[in-house]
Design a protein around this ligand. Structure first.
Ligand code: PLP
Length: 456
């Protein structure tokens, strides 16, 4: 069998990729014409591509490589675990040390009362678990009619049919029969995009009250849960106004609705605390985790569950699970990631060095003619691009064309930034240094200037 290696010419790798590999969230026929960027190595915050370019990864992969690339300890742990016990399942009254240790460690870091972990291999799987878990919880409590789940438009909770239904992405719902019945979407707290003439505080309250209206419309006795990201990530880094979360919490408490905080992006330090729920002052019953749990070195996710829900679910057999729930290699690698985050004080670095430096640096871009605002929470930030700052106007195309151009100009300047519509997103590895942030900003400014020039 001829080996395919990093040493092959880029064009050959691209041709083979186009011939056989279907990419997620990609127009694959277009990709076949232009050829995929081939990433060959990574170290710290830098990626290397097959042309030898050193690209600063301003997105930590897909918001996940919290400790940065190239940590050999992670590889060593994986190798050791593969030699000792490469796989065993956690079904049928069986367990193993990596799953025991990781579950205990996660619950030590989680807010009080969240003492149980159900493992999955991704955020999507974990959110599918959550759908079944909250419905089963209410059924076991004698309320089988409490099945409806409320989420938000423009939320992202994953790509499986269940989690994609929880999400509020209309372009996803347009394909493949989503959302499934029983999932409802209220408006998001996006003041920049949708706040109109209201102050952010008024708008936060108004958007939170939509939850109450939806509960009353559906009937309190039919609503199982509300799910939300503490800070929406893939929706464009929507940092809600300060008034939003306290009002949501009040409503969930008043109507006895389970609160699911989707921490897949916010978790494990990205907002400067272990969880975004702590940053935003939430008291969730369940938290979805993935990404930063292993810094992306292994696929692993899960649901952290409060005592009450775990106890009720535990009374009968929960007919749910994945072959790789608590996979020993993934669990051991995640455990090593948590060790690194703790022993190297990465959260302190975020709070005292990286997040303040990122904020100051990004603020320097808000004077750019295309940049309308800066939304930032810890190491998650977005810059909405606009033709007119004062009115928060959208570009005439309103299809993210300007954001797309800017993302391409970022790539051309060896920087990964993502675009969500016309918002440019930054969410680098948590270990990024101020010097690296300077490089990020220099490249971002160049990309913005080139985008501006292209629009004229
Ligand atoms: N939840 C949130 C908030 C996410 O951002 C994502 C992925 O981006 C997911 C769930 C889905 O996670 P996964 O891609 O691991 O299935």
């Amino acid at each position: 069998m001829p080996a395919i290696t990093n040493h092959m010419p880029t064009a050959e790798l691209q041709a083979l990729d186009a011939a056989h590999h279907m990419h997620p969230f990609t127009t694959n026929n277009e990709l076949a014409e232009r050829g995929a960027r081939v990433i060959t190595r990574a170290e710290g915050v830098y990626l290397t591509d097959s042309e030898g370019n050193e690209i600063l990864d301003g997105m930590a992969g897909l918001w996940c490589v919290n400790i940065g690339y190239g940590r050999t300890e992670m590889a060593d742990v994986a190798a050791r675990q593969m030699m000792e016990l490469p796989y065993y399942n956690t079904f049928f009254m069986t367990t193993h040390v990596p799953a025991i240790a990781l579950a205990q460690e996660i619950t030590k870091l989680a807010p009080e009362g969240l003492n149980h972990v159900f493992f999955a291999s991704s955020g999507s799987e974990a959110n599918d678990t959550n759908i079944r878990m909250v419905r089963t919880y209410w059924a076991e409590k004698g309320h089988p009619e409490k099945t409806h789940i409320i989420s938000r438009k423009n939320a992202y909770h994953g790509s499986s049919v269940g989690s994609g239904s929880l999400g509020g992405m209309s372009y996803m719902h347009a394909q493949g029969g989503m959302p499934i019945p029983g999932i409802h979407h209220i408006n998001q707290p996006d003041w920049w995009g949708e706040g109109g003439e209201m102050t952010p505080e008024e708008f936060g309250i108004a958007r939170a009250r939509e939850l109450e209206e939806k509960i009353l419309e559906l009937g309190e006795e039919k609503v199982a849960a509300f799910i939300a990201e503490p800070v929406q990530g893939a929706g464009g880094v929507i940092v809600p106004p300060d008034s939003y979360w306290p009002e949501i919490q009040r409503i969930c408490d008043k109507y006895n609705i389970l609160l699911i905080a989707d921490e897949v992006i916010c978790g494990f330090g990205r907002t400067g605390n272990w969880f975004g729920s702590q940053t935003m002052g939430l008291r969730p019953h369940i938290m979805t985790i993935a990404k930063g749990l292993s810094s992306g070195y292994q696929p692993i996710g899960g649901s952290i569950v409060c005592d009450e829900v775990a106890e009720v679910i535990g009374a009968a057999e929960f007919n749910h699970g994945y072959t790789y729930s608590g996979h020993p290699v993934a669990a051991a690698v995640a455990m090593e990631n948590l060790r690194i985050l703790q022993e190297e004080n990465v959260l302190d670095h975020v709070r005292t060095v990286a997040a303040p430096a990122l904020k100051t640096a990004l603020e320097s871009l808000t004077g750019h003619p295309l940049v309308g605002d800066l939304a930032i929470e810890g190491m998650m930030a977005s810059l909405p691009l606009t033709p007119h700052k004062e009115s928060r106007a959208k570009f005439a195309t309103d299809k993210g064309t300007v954001g797309y151009i800017c993302r391409e100009r970022c790539f051309a300047n060896n920087l990964v930034m993502r675009h969500v519509g016309d918002r440019m997103i930054v969410s680098p590895p948590l270990i990024i240094t101020p010097e690296e942030i300077d490089v990020l900003i220099t490249r971002a400014r160049r990309a913005l200037n080139e985008t501006h020039a292209e629009l004229k």
